[in-house]
Design a protein around this ligand. Structure first.
Ligand SMILES: Cc1ncc(COP(=O)(O)O)c(C=O)c1O
Length: 432
């Protein structure tokens, strides 16, 4: 392992990026990108021949139209294949093949993730999901009775429940702010967080993208606010990494957790935790480590025996994402979003939970339809049309969240729009 680490240590970040792409990208995506030449992401977003190639990188069942990629995405084909190979190899003699061979190889994935996020690999821990990453932070920062935490009522319920559990157990206080939906004034949002701070505030939790609406939050300004006031800011990036086009330094954040099985389309049960190097020593691991106050990021990975296969196969998903490129992916997601939205936005009963410009929304949003409840509409879409969306009834948002992914075809989006138009014209059938 040490010679491999030394070898990787000699490569620049750019060279490592190229290594990922060459080693792991599917031939179809790579070839399509090569043919695309210097075309802009927005131009390419409309090129169905290009996206046909990308669609082939997935093994989805086209007899269903899956517009819930925000919940969990299908794993890209090459990552599934790699995972199967790794799993079979692990089972030859796991104490040797998994523990001794495969577990050390996870270092390569750490380097790839750090390269994609824009941090040092010694700041990158590989976890099972965003929940694990964020709970490490939520439980790992010391709080005592009377200490306060500021978060938004629209943050993800599990993360808020973790602080609620600390309220019961440790006597802390969770202060929630209400965000408007849509958000139209980022400065007002930052001012609302600032107004909620008290001399007892010890942590700010904020989402990078709000799960219920698709709202992009002013994370950079919130991190600046935290730094000015000496308060750590935990960024929940479950819906942002490999969806938005950004790097760590764009946010200037110290603490960031995400899943990789949503927008990266990596194997299920993968995530990462980024902790800025200077902060690693301050944060307790969730499961005990030999040096809990140490500065080795791997202390957050002390979770006992776990499969190496899904972690190793993250390399393949990174390869495909690297070949496709963050800007091309985001432009395509926005193109798909705008395509269905254009069909229904003119109806006065239709309202969107986000402002539909690049500053506020990426590839997904939630549509609210006056007079039509989210759950029956979701049921109707599935039962009558095999279309999968997510009903949202949370924090005052009541609608359906529509989250296509890069494998989604325009025909699928158009079929969804046809059905939505018909619902607007005729209502839901009785009994639905
Ligand atoms: C904003 C946000 N945070 C955290 C999570 C938890 O992600 P996971 O289930 O992958 O741990 C989700 C899942 O949807 C989410 O949307």
């Amino acid at each position: 392992m040490s010679s491999r680490r030394q070898f990787l240590g000699t490569l620049s970040a750019g060279a490592l990026g190229a290594l990922w792409i060459n080693a792991a990208a599917t031939r179809t995506v790579q070839a399509a990108v090569a043919r695309a030449g210097g075309r802009s992401p927005e131009d390419l977003a409309r090129d169905e021949d290009f996206w046909f190639q990308v669609q082939q990188a997935y093994t989805v069942d086209r007899s269903m139209i899956n517009l819930n990629n925000g919940g969990v995405s299908p794993t890209v084909r090459v990552a599934q294949e790699a995972m199967r190979r790794h799993y079979e190899h692990a089972n030859k003699a796991p104490s040797r093949t998994m523990w001794q061979q495969q577990d050390p190889q996870v270092e390569t994935v750490r380097t790839g993730l750090a390269d994609a996020f824009g941090c040092d690999r010694e700041e990158m821990a590989i976890t099972r999901n965003a929940s694990e990453s964020l709970e490490i932070l939520i439980y790992g920062i010391d709080l005592k009775a009377g200490d306060e935490v500021v978060a938004a009522a629209l943050d993800y319920p599990r993360m808020l429940n973790t602080y609620r559990q600390r309220e019961l157990r440790d006597g802390i206080k969770l202060n929630l702010i209400d965000l408007p939906s849509p958000v139209t004034d980022a400065e007002a949002v930052v001012a609302a967080y600032e107004a909620a701070l008290t001399p007892r505030t010890r942590v700010i939790l904020c989402s990078h993208v709000i799960f219920a609406t698709g709202q992009i939050m002013p994370v950079r300004a919130l991190c600046d606010l935290g730094r000015r006031r000496g308060i750590p800011v935990i960024v929940d990036g479950a819906h942002a990494f490999a969806h938005l086009d950004f790097r760590r330094d764009d946010l200037d954040c110290d603490l960031y957790g995400t899943s990789l099985h949503k927008w990266l389309t990596a194997p299920h049960g993968t995530g990462f935790l980024y902790v800025r190097r200077a902060r690693i020593g301050d944060i307790w691991p969730l499961m005990a480590a030999p040096e809990p106050r140490g500065t080795d990021i791997r202390k957050f990975e002390e979770i006992g025996t776990h499969p190496a296969a899904n972690r190793l196969a993250v390399a393949e998903a990174l390869g495909v994402y690297g070949a496709l490129g963050a800007a091309r992916k985001l432009a395509r997601l926005r193109h798909l979003r705008d395509r269905w939205i254009a069909r229904v936005a003119g109806d006065r009963r239709v309202r969107f939970a986000t402002k539909l410009d690049d500053a506020h929304t990426g590839g997904f949003t939630t549509v609210e339809i006056e007079g039509i409840e989210p759950s029956p509409l979701t049921g109707y879409l599935w039962q009558q049309h095999r279309i999968i969306v997510t009903p949202i009834d949370y924090g005052g948002v009541r609608g359906i969240r529509v989250s296509p992914n890069v494998y989604t075809t325009v025909a699928e989006v158009d079929l969804f729009a046809d059905v939505l138009e018909a619902v607007l014209a005729n209502g839901l059938p009785s009994g639905q």
